[in-house]
Every structure is written in C-alpha cells, then in structure tokens.
Design a protein around this ligand. Structure first.
Ligand code: ADP
Length: 365
C-alpha cells in the first residue's frame, strides 16, 4: 500500500506534514476520527477559542468546515500595507482614513452624528490598488483582514454561499476589529434580476445585506468594517448602496503616481541597478498614460528582465552563477521593449464610464 495515500482514512497523519483539511480535535488524541465532521483544527481552536478552550457559541452553530475555510483561505494574516506603499490615490486615502480609520481608532468620538458608515465601496478599473487600500485600513487599525472575491463565493462554495457569508462575518466578529474585503461585490449585490438568478444566489445576497446591516464599526460589540470593491458600480442595487453610502473612485494612477512606482521599484533598496536620466523617466511616465498600477508593476518587472536577457546571451552557460553585479543597469530601451509586452489593460471607454459614474455617485472630498 502506498505510503502517502489514505486521504480519506482519517487519523493517519504521521510525520510532520498536516494536510490542511485534516482536522484534529484538541482532545482527540490518537484520532479515532472515523468522520472528522464537526471538529475544528487545533490551529483554528487556538485562534478562536476562548480562555476556557471552548469555541464561542456563535461559531459552534456553524459548519466547522466553513469556519476552517474562512480561517485558512479567506483570512489574510500577511496583510501589512502602509499608506506610503500605495502610490497616488491621495484623495481616496485621505477620505478613507477620516471615514473609517479614525472612527475605528476612537469609537467614542465617532458616534451619533459622527458615526461611520457600515461599509465603503471602492470602484474603478482593476489593478489600481483597491485591495491594497483594504489591507492598509486593516493594518492601520490592527484589524484582521479577510479577503474574498464574490466569484469564489459563487463558484467555489456552490450552493453554500449564504452559509459561507454567515461564517465569514461570524469569524470576523470573533477576531475583531476586522476588515472584510469583498472583491467583485457587484456580482452578489447586483440589481439585475437575471433569469438565471438562482435561489441560492438570491439567498446569499439577502444574507450579505443582513450581515452588512449588522456591521456597525461604531458599536462596541461589532467592530467589523466591510470594504467592497467593484469594476461595475452601476450594477449595484439600492439596498447595497444604502449600506455603502460612500462610494470612492479609485482611478488609474496619475503621472506622479506612476513616477513614484518607478522610483520605488527601481530606487535604492530595490536591489536592482538602473541608469535612467530625468528625461528618460519623463518619457516613461508619458508613455505609460492609461496604465494601471498592476500594469506598471508588470512593465517594470519586464524591463528588469532586459539586462538579464543580455547577460544570458553573452554567457550562455552561466545563468545559475550570474549575480546583480554582472548585469548592466536597466536603461530606457528596456522600458521601450517592455512596453511592447505590457500595454495598458484598461480601455479608455471603461475609464469614461467610471468618470461618468463618479460624477453622479462618487464621494466628494
Ligand atoms: P485592485 O484591487 O484595484 O484590482 P490591487 O490592489 O490588487 O488592485 O493591485 C494589484 C497590484 O498592483 C498590487 O499588488 C500592486 O503591486 C500594484 N498596484 C496597484 N495599484 C497600486 C498603487 N496605487 N500603488 C502601488 N502599487 C499598486
């Protein structure tokens, strides 16, 4: 019999490797584990159980499998983003700090008429830093960050979306303060009643709206903030808009922001050598009008490959022994070549759509 097999045989977890889905009850020594349903992993217990070692009541009512998945796949404990890490977006950063960060830091001051919204919506093209902003909020208020995309809620947890939403908010509440970031939120909270709208997705939408209603970052019991992101803000229905009254446009990076991205990725400390004059930089910045933040990142990465390719061509057999010192600096030509591989991914027509939406619904600051 195979040494590795036995996936379904439960218990047989020998050696150091613990497959993520093998759940060990804290007290199930020796693991009788016929069926591991109903048992939380030691890691999850450690994270969520109270001082008495018991799971909070709210979580005991949930499907442990979903709680595990929230902890393992949705909770993002690596999120540590500073505001300075986000190039440009000065207005959005300022507004979001006033709107949600300050109230989370000082709930006593921000109550009543100063009470923060239950959620905020970030809209704009893909790759402009919406997720980064969600992470920065969480990092700033020392909150646990949960990151999920609506498409994974509908595709990965088919039919269980509603329960997953409930599990997500329940775990977030136990780990509060918490920030829940839901990407593509329009696909759950869409106003469209498409023919194909299944009962399951309607129930998920209702559940999300109910949970959002309960998100009161101002209340001592529930310091959970929802940050929704979308590329299609016009699809949201009224109930969703009411719960996310502030809708912030996160546009493509301006010239200055693109310049910042280059400076940071090629600057001192970045570990690469570049030889770019001021006029080269101005050319790159001008040439990248319409690029998103992630387009910029890809472009710069591609340009960084230029010197490596040249070095490899010169010493064909020595790839493994090349070091940064063997490489020529990155020059304008590398960017010119890279721009052929990485073009702007957002269509101007799409940008025009956001601008129009922003004029009507965007938060002003
Ligand atoms: P979105 O959520 O808007 O689709 P992300 O925040 O996930 O975009 O950004 C994707 C990647 O692009 C980031 O991890 C980062 O490398 C880069 N990026 C995008 N916008 C910015 C920005 N404003 N400043 C720095 N990097 C950015």
């Amino acid at each position: 019999p195979s040494k590795r097999g036995g996936g379904g045989q439960g218990a047989g977890v020998r050696g150091g490797f613990v497959p993520p889905f093998v759940k060990k009850a804290a007290n199930a020594a020796g693991g009788g584990g016929e069926d591991e349903e109903g048992v939380f992993s030691a890691k999850t217990l450690q994270m969520l159980a109270g001082p008495d070692g018991e799971m909070p009541e709210a979580l005991q009512k949930l499907d442990p499998k979903l709680v595990e998945q929230v902890c393992n796949e949705v909770m993002d404990s690596s999120a540590n983003v500073r505001w300075e890490d986000i190039a440009g977006q000065a207005q959005a950063k300022r507004l979001i700090q006033e709107l949600v960060v300050w109230p989370m830091l000082n709930p006593h001051l921000f109550k009543g008429a100063r009470a923060p919204p239950k959620g905020v919506l970030l809209f704009g093209p893909p790759g402009t830093g919406k997720t980064l902003i969600g992470k920065a909020v969480a990092s700033n208020i020392h909150a646990t960050f949960f990151n999920i995309s609506a498409s994974s809620l509908t595709s990965k947890w088919i039919g269980e979306g509603e329960k997953m939403v409930r599990a997500l908010f329940a775990v977030a509440q136990c780990m509060q303060p918490a920030v829940i970031f839901i990407d593509e939120i329009d696909s759950i909270l869409s106003a469209r009643k498409s023919d194909g709208e299944h009962e399951a997705s309607r129930r998920m939408k209702t559940e999300l709206l109910v949970q959002m209603e309960g998100c009161d970052p101002n209340s001592a019991e529930r310091r959970v903030l929802l940050v929704g992101a979308t590329n299609r803000p016009e699809e949201l229905d009224e109930a969703a808009r009411r719960r996310m009254p502030k809708q912030l446009y996160i546009p493509l990076p301006c010239e200055e922001a693109r310049r910042q991205m280059i400076d940071r990725q090629l600057g001192p400390g970045a570990g690469v050598k570049a030889d770019l004059s001021e006029s080269d930089l101005l050319k790159i910045v001008a040439k990248t009008a319409g690029y998103s933040g992630s387009d910029m990142r890809n472009l710069i990465q591609e340009a960084c490959q230029g010197p490596v390719r040249d070095a490899v061509a010169q010493h064909a057999s020595a790839v493994a022994s090349l070091s940064e010192a063997d490489l020529r600096p990155i020059v304008l030509r590398d960017f010119q070549m890279a721009a052929k591989a990485q073009r702007a991914s957002v269509e101007p027509a799409e940008v025009a759509r956001y601008i129009e939406y922003d004029a009507k619904h965007g938060a002003r600051y």
